[in-house]
Write a protein that binds this ligand. Structure first.
Ligand code: AOF
Ligand code: ZN
Length: 363
């Protein structure tokens, strides 16, 4: 991608201000569904005079909070918004109108809103009012933050992130007795950040029976627990498992009686196929899912083309025999699924590799 382009003049700091708006938006991740996380900062004479984030569906949009804080200083200011300001009357009035009414002169937008009720009309409205509007600053990061919302609006199903940790020899667990965490404390903390930012965590019955994971954010100050989703065709997962808790979802085959799960506060989704299951989760306002295993469930998701993003930790240790991250038919190397937009990062003693198998929906 080469060295960053040098921008001189009055717009030199656009990317930096958008980074602040993206940081605001991040505070809403995992809390706004089915709405997107959105952040906004308002800048007057090179200084931030208002900031805001959309806290949750039903409450005011990011622009409203930022305008409120800016007050009269919004007049002639520039607004940085991570999503195109809305043009529709939803649960709240249009943000485009609020920006116009406040006398904002320029709006910088990270990404257009794929919601068919908006879809470019917000920008059109601002321009019609004589505003200078620029789209695309910080877009890559905005799309990542909004992947769940975009997936729900455009595809009617949640964005699926397959996450796992393996040894250098590709093992995610020992065979039989004597299991423990593969990755170090830093990696496990990072996973809690993800659980805090995504709507749901999913596991198969095998993992529930074998590991009884809690899949919480217990070591993350201010973290909220993602909704656990248990995939269990036969409905035989132990109801005493830690993931069987209020707010959770049991995905099982049609006709399976699941009263004991419902008694423990779980919603029961009857689905024949994984695409049906994901549509059902979408209908429950689950916009994003962290797929946490095991190998059978992950293999089924991958085979169905339903893994959108992969996040893998590699721990510098060797195990020998053990479970691999995925089960499924073998295929020639030429048919291996290659990740796109790959990143690598050292996290404590481990290596984190991330990448995409599907594109984040844009419009
Ligand atoms: C914005 N700023 O902060 C958000 C936007 O039901 P409502 O009224 O909350 O509208 C929800 C829709 O508004 C949502 O689907 C998306 O298109 C947009 N979200 N827009 O200008 C915000 N959260
Ligand atoms: Zn709005």
């Amino acid at each position: 991608s080469g060295p960053p382009e040098r921008v001189e003049g009055p717009f030199a700091c656009d990317a930096a201000f958008m980074t602040q708006a993206l940081a605001e938006a991040r505070t809403g991740m995992g809390r706004t569904s089915p709405n997107p996380p959105v952040g906004c900062v308002i800048v007057q004479d090179g200084e931030v005079v208002g900031r805001g984030a959309h806290p949750r569906a039903g409450e005011a949009h990011a622009e409203v909070f930022a305008l409120r804080e800016a007050g009269v200083q919004a007049h002639g200011a520039t607004a940085f918004v991570t999503l195109e300001p809305c043009s529709h009357h939803g649960r709240t009035p249009p943000c485009a109108d609020a920006l116009i009414a406040a006398g904002v002169r320029r709006v910088v937008v990270a990404a257009l809103d794929p919601n068919p009720q908006v879809a470019g009309r917000g920008v059109t409205r601002l321009r019609a009012a004589g505003m200078d509007v620029q789209v695309g600053v910080g877009e890559a990061e905005a799309l990542r933050q909004q992947a769940g919302f975009r997936s729900l609006v455009v595809r009617g199903r949640p964005w699926v992130v397959f996450k796992y940790a393996m040894t250098l020899d590709g093992r995610v667990a020992a065979c039989g007795e004597g299991n423990g965490p593969v990755s170090g404390a830093e990696a496990r903390r990072r996973v809690m950040v993800w659980r805090n930012e995504l709507d749901a965590v999913a596991v198969g019955r095998g993992t529930v029976a074998l590991d009884d994971p809690a899949l919480t954010t217990r070591d993350l100050p201010g973290g909220r627990h993602a909704r656990p989703v248990v995939f269990d065709r036969s409905g035989r997962a132990p109801v005493t498992a830690q993931v069987v808790r209020p707010g959770g979802v049991l995905v099982t085959a049609p006709g399976v009686a699941a009263a004991p799960f419902e008694e423990r506060g779980m919603t029961v989704l009857h689905a024949d196929t994984l695409p049906d299951a994901l549509s059902g989760l979408g209908a429950l306002n689950v916009a994003s899912v962290l797929l946490e295993g095991g190998p059978t469930l992950a293999g089924a998701f991958l085979a169905a083309g339903l893994v959108d993003e992969v996040r893998t930790f590699i721990a510098p240790k060797l195990l020998g025999a053990g479970l691999s991250p995925l089960t499924g038919p073998s295929r020639p190397m030429a048919l291996a699924q290659e990740l796109r937009d790959v990143t690598t990062e050292v996290v404590g003693p481990d290596l984190l590799i991330t990448g995409f198998l599907n594109d984040i929906p844009r419009l």
